[in-house]
Design a protein around this ligand. Structure first.
Ligand SMILES: *Cc1c(COP(=O)(O)O)cnc(C)c1O
Length: 341
């Protein structure tokens, strides 16, 4: 497998750091906890979409696009990273934002990622919940094409086989970092949403026969649906890479027990995870993805599913910009005394 065969616009700060979390490890008294810092990919506050966009935007350039479109939730980190990447390449960027939470909060609707989308020069328009957002996007793209634009559309989360190549590469990068320092990884855990991250990672891990189980923590769909989505994308990604069949259905494992009331709605353990990483390690998680992923990680450690003597790597997928859209929830949590000594 040779990723250099695929067009790629190198922009991310790679390799991202792999660090040990000593204070969190001590606090939980379980396995050694490591973190892969994909919150530090370097583009407009970082995050996992930058790796995918290196391949997607190169494809857009190769097609002669002068404009990209994508879609996501109001506080989409993917939308923000796409807007920033498009700015760097001098392309117009137009984004459809789906109101998945029904929140009327001013900061949720205008601050955080939304503010950054606009700072990068992207235009946005809103959609109500429950529509086929990729179909909505294609319809809008047609109107731009009729007006003479060369539009490249990127699916939600950048999750197609091209975008997933970014996480095939991340799997290679992580295993090679571990090899270079003699670190045996027993588990990898990460948040999983539109599936590209988990699909790319599992293809990369299986292709090099790393033998490291990958646990996804869902942020929206129920377990079976999430796993089916990841598996379908992993199969297509493997096919693109010429290694069809390398991923088996049982290699794809997601747990959606930490979603709570729904996408983008943090619950108590999400907030606890955000607090623990912030107070013990100086690391910012987010209320939509990495906070829920970390809540799963912490619970697995407390339940002894990840044990003392093992080493677990948490892939930090970013998202801190969304914190500024969730100040009401976070400060409400603080006001209840959660951070008091
Ligand atoms: C998009 C996103 C994820 C989920 O990645 P997918 O590839 O969509 O599954 C996780 N964390 C953050 C911060 C994200 O923005």
């Amino acid at each position: 497998m040779h990723l250099a065969r695929f067009p790629r616009h190198f922009l991310a700060h790679l390799p991202t750091p792999l660090e040990r979390l000593d204070r969190l490890t001590k606090d939980l008294g379980g396995p050694e906890i490591w973190i892969k810092r994909d919150d530090c990919t370097g583009l407009s506050t970082g995050g996992n979409k930058t790796r995918k966009l290196e391949f997607l935007m190169a494809e857009a350039e190769a097609m002669g696009a002068d404009m990209v479109m994508t879609q996501g939730a109001t506080q989409s980190n993917h939308a923000r990273q796409t807007a920033a990447f498009a700015a760097k390449l001098g392309m117009k960027c137009h984004i459809l934002l789906e109101d998945r939470t029904g929140s009327n909060d001013a900061n949720y609707n205008h601050n955080g990622n939304v503010l950054l989308d606009h700072l990068h020069g992207a235009t946005t328009e809103k959609r109500g919940p429950g529509l086929d957002m990729n179909a909505e996007m294609e319809a809008v793209a047609e109107t731009f094409r009729k007006a003479g634009r060369k539009v490249y559309t990127i699916p939600g989360g950048g999750s197609n086989p091209t975008g997933a190549l970014g996480y095939v590469n991340c799997a290679f990068e992580l295993v090679s970092q571990a090899n270079d320092r003699g670190l045996v990884i027993d588990h990898i855990a990460t948040a999983t949403g539109s599936a590209g991250t988990q699909a790319g990672l599992i293809v990369g891990l299986k292709a090099i026969n790393a033998g490291i189980p990958l646990q996804g923590f869902g942020v929206r769909a129920p377990k079976a649906k999430q796993e089916d989505m990841v598996f379908a994308l992993a199969q297509k990604t493997a096919e693109k890479l010429g290694c069809s069949g390398v991923v088996k259905r049982e290699d794809v494992v997601a747990d959606s027990d930490y979603v709570g009331a729904g996408y983008g709605i943090p619950r108590e353990d999400t907030l606890e995870a955000i607090r623990m990483f912030a107070e013990l390690e100086g690391i910012l998680l987010d209320p939509v993805y990495s906070g829920k992923g970390a809540a799963g990680l912490i619970d697995y450690i407390r339940k002894g599913r990840y044990k003392k003597g093992e080493r677990v790597v948490f892939l930090h997928t970013g998202g801190a910009a969304a914190l500024f859209g969730y100040d009401a929830v976070l400060e409400g949590d603080r006001a209840r005394g959660a951070s008091q000594p």
